[in-house]
Design a protein around this ligand. Sequence first.
Ligand code: GTP
Length: 594
Amino acid sequence: MKNIRNFSIIAHIDHGKSTLSDRFIQICGGLTKREMSNQVLDSMDLEKERGITIKAQGVTIKYINQNNKTFYLNFIDTPGHVDFSYEVSRSLSACEGALLIVDACQGVEAQTLATCNMALNMNLVVIPILNKIDLPTANIQKTTKEIEDIIGISSKDIIKCSAKTGKGIIDVLNKIITDIPAPIGSLHTKLQALIIDSWFDNYLGVISLIRIKNGILKIKERIQIVSTKKNYFVNQMGIFTPKSKNKKILKCGEIGWITCGIKDITAFSVGDTITLYNNPTKKIISGFQKIKPKIFAGLFPVNTEQYEVFRTALGKLSLNDSALFYEPENSHALGFGFKCGFLGLLHMEIIQARLEREYNLNIIATSPTVIYEIETTNKNIIYLNNPSNLSKLQKIKEFREPIAECNILTPPKYIGKIINLCLKKRGIQKNITYYEHQVILKYEIPISEIIINFFDQLKSISSGYASLEYNFKYFKKTDIVCLNILINSEKIDALSLILHRDNIYRKSKKIVEKIKSLLPRQQFNISIQAALGNNIIASSTVKQLRKNVLSKCYGGDVSRKKKLLQKQKIGKKKMKKIGNIKIPKETFFSILSN
Ligand code: GTP
């Protein structure tokens, strides 16, 4: 155990975590040059495309230092986007140390500060690293000062490196050996292992990445999940180097994978503790908090026959994504689907893209809503995450909406614009702290306002420099209404929205215009109305049009005609027919995004 080091890499998005991890793997000979062709840790296709790390993954590498001593380094890559901070807490709970990477050109960002505090609170040793020092725009002095001032780490501990050129990487490896403590725990006590991550493999069934905190686990042994008392035989086990390597035993301090050849996707929940069936511990490993979803949206298969496939797919995705919530929902307009809970819009987009790509599903998403707390006159507390249920509620004393504490880190010159944006989003300023090159603005903002483009607007008004970190704080009294949308006088439940009463007339007008711009002209007039109860407060009409796609073809070229008809067919597929009206599937999601 003395020669094991377990650590996480935490940093803001794009500061170079994955590149640094790849450099470690290269130096320690985990892969050949050809195998290194792509960044290896970001293995999910979607991650590669978006260039962001979504899932935490653990890799074991063998490092021989200058004194010829061998060390086994287990590192867990973590995502850097604001939506995914729960993945960071999960990774940290399996480690004794963390590398805090700061891009020398960008400086400290809000997320970096938040994750660093999380690591320090969990008593992890934090090693600050200044990355990208090879770039001409790197400002080492300024960034070092920021790390000292804002994070509070002494500049003599900071290591400067370039994950791209490899400069300083050996210093980082040596610092990991000297500063991060070896894992503590006992080989001779009852088995206690933390499930860091679980995912589903079509051939092997459920695979779990685990950290052994105490004891030893051998292949073929019978294990028990402490929380559920369910038991299974370990079929196979091993480590990732990053190639998968089978092993017969995993010992205290090690991180590796196990599989029990089971298909029950709920059996190995992330954060659960594993012990031995014959000699069980009752102690659950603490420190890992399950995070609740922040936003909710209805997801419906365009093709109703795909409902069962959809249910199975959600089950598989939620296995290693404890923040993904789902329950059946029935919409008059869209049929059977699920009300799903997500951490933020990016999380929602990723789940939707994975459902479409990995499971070949065609999904309609309704516009997202937060969860509201409602107190009734007889003091019952109800939670509401579905706009169409609002009208069914009676005897309401008070509505409360979720408020987040936001920390915005920005260079001083953007403060004015940011304060205006926060005001527009019903924010209340709590604090401003000035540092030499940066300012931290602390605001309380309703989460319903944050989920609609707040992050993108913040980035755009600050030329990309401001960064945001936010956390749910409390429920606050509010005044909300349910806005119903009628299309040709028929209420479309999947288009209903919960909105703050402020400026409701202006907002409804905008929403109606937005729907108008999204609906294609059809062979009859389509009226769009927004209503509060029985009162129509905004309306518009999409004028009829007889569309003849073949009118563009002057000559009689058959293949060209076919191509146009084919194009129209594809266009049609993306529509949902409600009554006799075709509605593009984006409509349900994008009505709020203006
Ligand atoms: P997420 O996985 O999305 O959180 O990002 P990340 O922090 O893993 O960043 P990643 O390693 O993907 O690097 C982001 C970009 O910065 C890539 O284009 C890298 O090639 C580049 N990069 C990383 N480290 C260095 C460096 O030391 N120098 C230079 N010049 N570029 C670097």
